[in-house]
Write a protein that binds this ligand. Structure first.
Ligand code: C5P
Length: 285
């Protein structure tokens, strides 16, 4: 095979808890993750250039070594010891970047899945996730996708059986939030309102959208600096438009609402899209 096309889905955090700050500067987390139909399209094409090259439809993202997709390709060849004759990565971006939706990590994960298919089909999922962990904390989850509990830095994964059918209206305000900055705002012992992770896993297993929506919780919302207050305006807006519940995903600033009815979700999507250019309608995948 010379060429492969992959879907790189965005993720939402149905829950996000921060358990402790570690010696290495990272934090131990506990998160219920869900991948959604909003996705980038990633193409890998073999060539004989001897190098890893990358292009994207978004001019503002770097396509050199700073791009997580390129980092992932380098990590793959370093780990496997396979000689790279040349690979061209094309990213058709749709997932907003700097949004808390793993936009870069999901491209990196798609590159790893694609390179495994092209070069090393015997490589296990665990190995691929381990390579992903060298690239970024969200990459192992993105390699796996679906509904999962992510712990540790994000690399300790457990599949969650989910029967939930619902719609998500996803809305990113026009600014980004720096992940390290927001982690810096967290005093773990001072956090007041922790997610009920077990309850969320049960709600997903039961396919109970009302219970799922009621249990959405992201502790980052508690420490979000005032200048990013628009996040809470969007949350209210989603709820006023019929969302059963709403929360910020990851380190934000994107907010999403859970809807049971497609019709209500479509109406909410249309209403929010008028105010926020980066509004999307998606489903779990
Ligand atoms: O691993 P990644 O490069 O995605 O992490 C970006 C930054 O987010 C880290 O440098 C760290 O400041 C913070 N982080 C953290 N704990 C995690 C994941 C990320 O403190 N589990």
């Amino acid at each position: 095979m010379e060429k492969i096309n992959l879907s790189a889905p965005a993720k939402l955090n149905l829950t996000l808890d921060i358990l402790r700050r570690r010696e290495d500067g990272y934090h131990d987390l506990c998160m219920v993750m869900q991948s959604v139909t909003l996705a980038d399209e990633v193409t890998l094409e073999k060539n004989s250039s001897g190098t890893i090259t990358c292009e994207s439809n978004w001019q503002h993202i770097p396509c050199d070594e700073r791009n997580l997709a390129v980092k992932a390709a380098n990590a793959f060849f370093a780990y496997t010891g396979i000689t790279c004759d040349g690979i061209h990565i094309t990213l058709l971006k749709k997932v907003p970047s700097g949004a808390g939706m793993a936009g870069g990590s999901t491209d990196a994960a798609a590159v790893l899945r694609g390179l495994r298919e092209l070069y090393a089909p015997q490589l296990s999922r665990d190995e691929l996730e381990m390579i992903g962990a060298q690239v970024g904390s969200d990459v192992p989850y993105c390699v796996r996708g679906g509904t999962a509990l992510a712990q540790g830095r994000g690399e300790i994964l457990q599949d969650i059986p989910s029967t939930l059918r619902c719609y998500y209206v996803i809305c990113k305000p026009g600014f980004s939030v720096s992940t390290p900055m927001l982690f810096g705002c967290v005093k773990v012992d001072a956090l007041q309102d922790r997610p009920d992770t077990e309850g969320m896993m049960q709600a997903l297993a039961e396919g109970d959208s009302k219970k799922t929506a009621a249990l959405l919780k992201n502790v980052f919302e508690e420490v979000l600096p005032e200048e990013f207050g628009e996040v809470f305006t969007i949350k209210k807006d989603l709820l006023a438009n019929g969302a059963l519940g709403a929360a910020m995903t990851g380190s934000g600033p994107t907010v999403f609402g859970v809807f049971e009815s497609k019709e209500t979700a479509e109406k909410a999507y249309a209403a929010l899209k008028e105010r926020y250019a980066e509004t999307y309608l998606a489903e779990p995948v």
